[in-house]
Structures are given as C-alpha cells and as structure tokens.
Design a protein. Sequence first.
Length: 262
Amino acid sequence: MAEQSLAETETRCARCGDMGTGRFCAGCGAPLRDVACAACNQPLQAGARFCNNCGTAAGGGSAKSGVSDGALAKMVGGAAILMLIAFVGGQMYGRRSGGASGAATEQAGIPLSAATQTAPDISNMSPDERANRLFNRVMAYSEQGKLDSAKFFAPMAIQAYQMIGPLDAHARYDIGEISAAVGETAMARLEADSILATQPKHLLGLVLGIRAAEMGSDTKRVAQLQQRLVSAAPTERAKNVKEYVEHGREIDNALKKAGASP
C-alpha cells in the first residue's frame, strides 16, 4: 500500500517544474524524492541530474558503464556532422534564394563561414580534447547570446567530461559553468557544492557557488561565499595549480566583484 500511495502521489520536479508521480520525473529524469544512487548508494537530492558523489546519471546507470568511449564519440561526432550537413544545405539554398537562409544559419548559432570549412572530427579526439572543444563551443554560443545552440551542445559536453573518468574539482567546475551558461542554476549550484564539500577553500568551487547564488538571487549566500573567496585566495593561489591558472580571469573577476584586489 505504501508503494502504491507513493506511485500515485503527484510531486513537482525541483529541476524542471513538471508534476509527476513515482520516484523519477518523466520529463527530465531527475529524482522527485529521496532515492539512492544506483552506483554508489548515496542519497540523491530531489531535482539532481547526477549523483554528486560519483557522477552517475540519476535514474540510470553510470555514463561510463552505459555508453562506451567509442559510442559516445560516434554520437557526438555524428551530431556535429548532421548539423554541418544541414548548414551546408542551407547555404546552398541561400545562394539560390538571395541569401535568406544565410541569415537563418547565422541565427542558428553557426558563423556563415563554418560551412565552407572542414569540420573537426571530434570522434577521433581523446575524451579530454572532446570535452575542451565542446566546453569552448558552449561558452562561445552563450557569450554570443545564442542560447539554443548552447543548449544543444551542453549535454554532449557534460557527457564528454563524464567519459574522462572520476570527476575532479576542475571537471566539476567546467560542468557547472556549462550548466550556468544555459540557465541550469540548480545544476551549477550542485557542482559547486560538490567541490566545496571536499575542498571548502577551492577557489573555483567558491567562484561557481557565487555565480549560482547570483543566478538564484540568493544575496546572503553570495556575500558569504565572497568573504570565503577573499579569505582563501592568497593561500590558494600560491599553490599555482592548473585550474587556477586556466581560470585566472574568472577568479580575478570574482575577487573584484567581492571588493578585493586580484
């Protein structure tokens, strides 16, 4: 009777807002209530897309076990090729129709010159190279205001990071930045919390946490995290770790907003 009552009770998904029954949202796959991760048995938060302990997708198996490196590479590479074919076709039509489709191609988030260039074969790249290439693409589209294109590539980018192996703080920060770039506030905060749970002074965890709090208009949390960032920055930056160097600009900007010198 308890299981039947649970299955029939409608709950609003914390991630997408849809109403649903059972343990997982039918719209986005996120947990509707407390359930355990299928891989590590840690509790999943309502609305989480991935386990913040091991990175396994909520409601399914691990990305590593469910999709092989080769299969993911083919999916990602195939999607890029299909998009390129569509854009080439659009340009050919645009030449015949006075360039109308050229404008549509630009609005879709691909520069007009892209169709005339050879697309990189990301299916032959290493997981690190695929993740970096897709991360840069999502960030570029987001900065250009081409949100539809950014959202199209964001899931591929996140999967590429999961294929690298266990997620470290740097990978979680990049996934959080991808999520923030496409408006996924809850996912960005989840990745920030995952970093700070094990490394409370990690600068990228604090920077990402501040951004997620700003997106959620949580001014109290913004102020708390900014204080922690300013306090931790001198010691942490002295470590000169790779992720601090690569994301130095983001750390500098966050420090300036917090009223401190970079």
